[in-house]
Design a protein around this ligand. Structure first.
Ligand SMILES: Cc1cc2nc3c(=O)[nH]c(=O)nc-3n(C[C@H](O)[C@H](O)[C@H](O)COP(=O)(O)OP(=O)(O)OC[C@H]3O[C@@H](n4cnc5c(N)ncnc54)[C@H](O)[C@@H]3O)c2cc1C
Length: 278
C-alpha cells in the first residue's frame, strides 16, 4: 500500500502566466498507478511539493473531465509558492491527493447557479464552472460575478472572454476602484457591491463563492440582504494546512477540520466560526 505522506511524481508540461503573481501549472503524473487513474471532483485540493523546499495546498483548477492532466493556479505569496514560480516546463514536482470534499453538483441541478469569485478565488470555481458548462442543460440561469484588484489581476482572461461571449451565461466582471484601464468595459467596484447591483434571485438558486476572507464576509452579508438562506450558500475555505488528511490539526476552525470536513462548506455550517476565518 502506498504511504499517503509520500508524494507522487508529476511533470510540469505547461505554464501559463495569468497575472504578475499568478501562474497556472499543467501537470501529468509520472507514476503508473496514477497516470490514468487519477480522478477528482470539483472543489478538491492537492498538496503540491517542490523537492528540497516544501509543500503547499492548492485546489485543482482544471475540470474533472480534463483527462490526463490537472492544473493548479499558484499565487506567489511566500517560500513554497516563490519556489513554484521558479519552476520550468519539464521540471518534476510531487503531488499528494486529491483531498477534501467537493461541490455538491447534483444538488445544483435544475437550479439557478450563481458564482461569486474574487482574485485567485476563481481557481476552485473554475473547475466547477467548467463542469457545469459541460452539462449546461442540467442547470437554469448561470451567473458569474468575478472581480480582482485591477484589470491586470484578473485570472483566466481567455476563459473570461469566452464566458462573456456566451448568451446562455451572464458574466459580470469588475475591478476595484483605481484598478481600471482606459479601455476597461467591465464594472468598477467591489465584488459585494456588484453582487448587490446584479441582485440575483434567491428563489430556487444556489451561490458558490470563493475569494479573500474580507470579500467572503461582505458577500455573505449581501446575500443575506438579497434573501438567500445560509443553506443556499457554499464557500470553499483556504485555511493554512499541513497534512491535508485530518491528522495534524493545523486547519481547525471551531470543531471542524477544513482539510477533511471541507474545504467546501455551506454558510450554515460555518456561520458561528465566521470571525475565525482569515
Ligand atoms: C484548500 C486550499 C486550497 C488552496 N488553493 C489555492 C490555490 O488554488 N491557489 C493559490 O495560490 N493558493 C491556494 N491556497 C493557499 C496556499 O495554500 C498558500 O498561499 C500557500 O500554502 C502559501 O505557501 P508559501 O510557502 O508560499 O507561503 P508562506 O511562506 O507559508 O506564507 C507566506 C504568506 O502567506 C500566508 N499564507 C500561507 N498559507 C496560507 C493560506 N492557506 N491561506 C492564506 N494565506 C496563507 C502566510 O500567512 C504569509 O503571510 C489554498 C489553500 C487551501 C487550504
Amino acid at each position: 500500500m502506498r504511504n499517503v505522506y509520500v508524494p507522487v511524481p508529476a511533470k510540469i508540461i505547461d505554464i501559463k502566466i495569468e497575472t504578475r503573481d499568478v501562474k497556472t501549472y499543467r501537470l501529468v503524473f509520472e507514476y503508473d498507478g496514477f497516470r490514468d487513474d487519477f480522478s477528482f471532483s470539483a472543489g478538491q485540493f492537492v498538496e503540491f511539493s517542490v523537492p528540497a523546499v516544501g509543500e503547499s495546498t492548492f485546489c485543482i483548477a482544471s475540470a474533472p473531465d480534463d483527462k490526463g492532466y490537472i492544473e493548479c493556479s499558484v499565487k506567489k505569496v511566500g517560500k513554497v509558492t516563490e519556489a513554484i514560480h521558479m519552476l520550468e516546463v519539464d521540471n518534476m514536482v510531487g503531488i499528494r491527493g486529491p483531498y477534501g470534499n467537493c461541490f455538491p453538483i447534483e444538488d445544483m441541478k435544475d437550479k439557478d447557479v450563481i458564482f461569486v469569485g474574487g482574485g485567485i478565488g476563481l481557481a476552485p470555481l473554475r473547475s466547477l464552472i467548467r463542469q457545469v458548462l459541460s452539462g449546461r442543460e442540467n442547470f437554469k440561469k448561470i451567473t458569474i460575478i468575478y472581480g480582482a484588484l485591477s484589470v491586470q489581476d484578473l485570472v483566466y482572461k481567455d476563459e473570461l472572454e469566452e464566458w462573456q461571449k456566451r448568451a446562455d451565461i451572464k458574466t459580470v466582471l469588475t475591478v476595484d476602484p483605481g484598478g481600471e484601464t482606459a479601455d476597461w468595459k467591465g464594472r468598477i467596484g467591489f465584488v459585494p457591491s456588484v453582487l448587490e447591483e446584479v441582485s440575483p434571485s434567491g428563489t430556487n438558486s444556489i451561490v458558490i463563492t470563493c475569494g479573500p476572507p474580507i470579500m467572503i464576509k461582505f458577500v455573505l452579508l449581501t446575500l443575506d440582504k438579497l434573501g438567500f438562506a445560509p443553506e443556499q450558500i457554499l464557500t470553499t475555505l483556504e485555511m493554512k494546512m499541513k497534512c491535508g488528511i485530518g491528522q495534524c490539526g493545523r486547519c481547525n476552525v471551531g470543531n471542524i477540520y477544513v482539510c477533511k470536513d471541507g474545504p467546501v462548506f455551506t454558510y450554515s455550517q460555518i456561520k458561528e466560526f465566521i470571525e475565525e476565518i482569515n
